[in-house]
Design a binder for this molecule. Structure first.
Ligand SMILES: Nc1nc2c(ncn2[C@@H]2O[C@H](COP(=O)(O)OP(=O)(O)OP(=O)(O)O)[C@@H](O)[C@H]2O)c(=O)[nH]1
Ligand SMILES: [Mg+2]
Length: 381
C-alpha cells in the first residue's frame, strides 16, 4: 500500500514536472504561446473583462436594403449610394477561387446594393476570367491592368524587384492600388480576396455607415504579425513619426499597437484581406510621405513587410482611434480564421451560418484584447 502510494505520487510529480518543463520550453521558443499564456493576457480574456467591452454595434436597422432579390436597377437610384467599389487584386489563375468570393458577396450583399466591382492584375485578364466573372455579377465590372508600381521599382533597381511576387503584391497593396487612374474616381473600397467567405447577410450599407459615422478604416479580424517578417519596421515608423510629429493624431490608437507606450511594436495588426476603407486616407499627405519613407528603407523586399501591418500602423497613428471601426456584424472567413458575429441579435439578423463559438475574436492569437483596451470607457489593458 505504502509502495503503491509512493509510486502514484512519483507519477504525479513526474507529470507536473513534464507539464511545467513543456510550458517553459514553449514559452521560450514560441513567442505567441508565451504571450497567450502570460498572466496579464489570461486575465484580459476573463469573462468579467470581456463583459466590460461594451461594444456599440452598428445600428441594427441602419439603411436597410431591399429584402428580396427582386430589386431592379431602377430601385437602386432611389437608394443613397456611396462613391465606392468592391476591389479585388487577382491573377488569372485565381479565377475559380475569385468566383467563389464574388458570388458569396453578391449573394449576401451586393445583388441588392449594386456597387461596381473592380479587378486588378499586372497582366491583362483573360477572356475567360472576364466572361465568367461578368456572368455572376449583377452590376457593373471593370478589369484593370496595373503596372506602374512595379516598373518604377524595377527602374529604381530594388533588389528582387521584378521577381518576388508576394512582396510585389504587399507593396502594391500598401502604396499603389488607390493611385490607379480608374480608382481615382472612387473614394471608398471594400477589399475582397479569392476564396473568402461572407457568413451573414449584410443588411445595411457599410460604406454609408462609415461615411455617416466619420469612419476611415475598418476590420473584422485582428492578430499578431510574425515578428520575423518585420524586424526593422517599427524603427522605420518611429523615425518617420519623430521627423513628422504633425501627422500623429492626438487621440490615436498607440495603445493598441504598443504595450509600452510606443517604445516597441507588439505586432498587432488588422488583417487586411478584409478592408473597407477611405482611399482619401491612403492618398493623404501623411500616408503618402509615410509610404515613401518606408519604401526608401527597402523593407518590403529585404524583409517582408506586409500591407497589413503597414496599413494598420498608419491607421493607428494618423487617425483618431474612433475613425477605426470593428465590423462585428460582418461574418467573415479567410482561411484559416473566421470572425463570427458575437451577440444573438447580429447573428440572427444576418442569418449567419458560421459557428459563433468558433469566432477568432478571443483566440490566443487575436489582438482583440489590445483593441478592447483602447475603446472609450473601458478599463486600460
Ligand atoms: N495580380 C496579382 N495578384 C496577386 C499576386 N499575388 C497575390 N495576388 C493577389 O493578392 C491577394 C493576396 O494574395 P494571397 O496569395 O491571398 O496572400 P495571403 O492572403 O497573404 O496568403 P493566403 O493565406 O495564401 O491567402 C489575393 O487577392 C491574390 O489574388 C500577383 O502576383 N499578381
Ligand atoms: Mg489570401
Amino acid at each position: 500500500m505504502l509502495i503503491k502510494f509512493t509510486t502514484t505520487r512519483r507519477y504525479i510529480a513526474l507529470s507536473v514536472l513534464i507539464i511545467f518543463g513543456l510550458h517553459a520550453i514553449l514559452s521560450i521558443t514560441h513567442e505567441g504561446y508565451g504571450r497567450a499564456t502570460s498572466l496579464s493576457n489570461i486575465a484580459s480574456q476573463m469573462p468579467w473583462r470581456r463583459a466590460k467591452s461594451g461594444y456599440v454595434y452598428p445600428l441594427e436597422d441602419y439603411i436597410p436594403l431591399p429584402e428580396s432579390d427582386a430589386a431592379t436597377p431602377a430601385d437602386q437610384h432611389l437608394r443613397r449610394h456611396a462613391n465606392a467599389t468592391l476591389f479585388m487584386l487577382a491573377r488569372n489563375s485565381d479565377l475559380e477561387m475569385a468566383l467563389r468570393s464574388v458570388r458569396r458577396l453578391e449573394d449576401r450583399f451586393n445583388s441588392h446594393a449594386r456597387y461596381p466591382w473592380t479587378f486588378m492584375n499586372e497582366e491583362p485578364f483573360t477572356k475567360e476570367f472576364k466572361t465568367r466573372m461578368r456572368n455572376i455579377i449583377y452590376g457593373e465590372v471593370a478589369f484593370l491592368q496595373a503596372k506602374a508600381g512595379r516598373e518604377q521599382m524595377e527602374k529604381d533597381g530594388v533588389i528582387y524587384g521584378g521577381s518576388v511576387s508576394y512582396r510585389n503584391m504587399c507593396r502594391f497593396n500598401s502604396g499603389f492600388f488607390f493611385r490607379h487612374p480608374e480608382m481615382q474616381k472612387y473614394r471608398w473600397y471594400w477589399r475582397v480576396e479569392p476564396d473568402v467567405h461572407f457568413h451573414c447577410d449584410i443588411t445595411y450599407d457599410p460604406f454609408i455607415f462609415m461615411e455617416d459615422h466619420n469612419k476611415t478604416y475598418s476590420f473584422t479580424i485582428t492578430l499578431y504579425e510574425f515578428g520575423e517578417t518585420i524586424p526593422t519596421l517599427w524603427d522605420a515608423v518611429k523615425e518617420f513619426t519623430k521627423e513628422n510629429p504633425q501627422y500623429v493624431a492626438k487621440n490615436n490608437a498607440m495603445g493598441y499597437i504598443s504595450d509600452d507606450n510606443g517604445n516597441s511594436y507588439n505586432n498587432c495588426h488588422f488583417w487586411s484581406n478584409f478592408e473597407i476603407a477611405d482611399m482619401d486616407f491612403w492618398r493623404s499627405e501623411a500616408y503618402t510621405k509615410f509610404f515613401e519613407h518606408l519604401d526608401s528603407k527597402g523593407g518590403f523586399y529585404y524583409e517582408r513587410w506586409g500591407d497589413a501591418p503597414v496599413h494598420s500602423l498608419a491607421a493607428s497613428l494618423f487617425l483618431d482611434r474612433n475613425q477605426i471601426h470593428f465590423f462585428n456584424d460582418i461574418g467573415y472567413e479567410h482561411n484559416p480564421l473566421t470572425h463570427c458575429p458575437r451577440g444573438t441579435v447580429a447573428f440572427q439578423k444576418g442569418k449567419c451560418k458560421c459557428d459563433m463559438a468558433g469566432t477568432f475574436d478571443y483566440d490566443w492569437r487575436s489582438c482583440m484584447p489590445q483593441w478592447d483596451r483602447i475603446q472609450d470607457g473601458l478599463i486600460p489593458g
